[in-house]
Ligand binder design. Sequence first.
Ligand SMILES: Nc1nc2c(c(=O)[nH]1)N[C@@H](CN(C=O)c1ccc(C(=O)N[C@@H](CCC(=O)O)C(=O)O)cc1)CN2
Ligand SMILES: [Mg+2]
Length: 285
Amino acid sequence: MTAKLIDGRQVSATVREEVSARVKKRLQDGKRAPGLAVVLVGEDPASQIYVRNKRRDCESVGFASFQYDLGADATQVQLESLIDDLNDNPEVDGILIQLPLPPHLDADPLLLRIHPDKDVDGFHPYNLGRLCQRKPELRPCTPAGIIRLLDSIGTNYKGAHALVVGASNIVGRPMALELLLKGATITVAHRFTQDLAGYVAQADILVAAAGKPGLIKGEWVKPGSTVIDVGMNRLDSGKLCGDVEFDAARERAAWITPVPGGVGPMTIATLLQNALEACERRDIG
Ligand SMILES: Nc1nc2c(c(=O)[nH]1)N[C@@H](CN(C=O)c1ccc(C(=O)N[C@@H](CCC(=O)O)C(=O)O)cc1)CN2
Ligand SMILES: [Mg+2]
């Protein structure tokens, strides 16, 4: 079997069109455009690209984009004060602090300081708690984007065994909660897991989010399964590769995401969806 590709670029384009149409409708109804504030601290080259793409996509769907570029020497107090201002600004519906921050800054208290209603990354404990309680509001972008990809291929979650490899706060943990919400039976594997191969062999849905190039061997993959590769590892050659041995896995799976062009584009598309949702929620109070 050669797996079909799940095209994240195509699905993300559909999401952007949906968001754009909803923004147009708001404007026709005399409502304001959603406003998204994106905060970049320092000069990490990858972060600069992601932030540029977020701002570009924001403008392409008709949002108001608020841009804050702070030097690498920005202080914790400066960021706290900026977040307080953005929390109070009625034109700002969503606040995003691009991660990672420079090492002298402590991200956790800053993320906690963002008002949960403006937490378009879905990282605030309030929003994670809502997801945990099966009543999601703003959902972490990468896991929610993956669910959209899985829905796009007609995934049957109920009765499926889903394996999430990696237990980060941003991807692995909320991913497990999203899959649980859909009715799948979940296993989360992490650095202390014994016999990863055995778990992979039983996974109808595999989400690899460990950040280790080629960790998942193609021969482990369950025939006919769906493989979602969140890994985005830059090799010395400059090539981007996932956590899964793509060519070998493709010969066993039914569906697989490529890297690049799979999960990555969904992260930003879901951010736009979250910002629109935050705006609509704030309209109704
Ligand atoms: N505040 C946040 N910080 C970070 C997040 C996040 O969701 N919120 N996620 C990542 C970075 N990220 C978005 O911020 C992101 C990463 C990758 C992509 C993407 O489209 N990747 C492309 C490949 C790009 C390349 O060639 O390097 C792909 O997979 O096709 C989008 C967004 C960490 N920080
Ligand atoms: Mg509320």
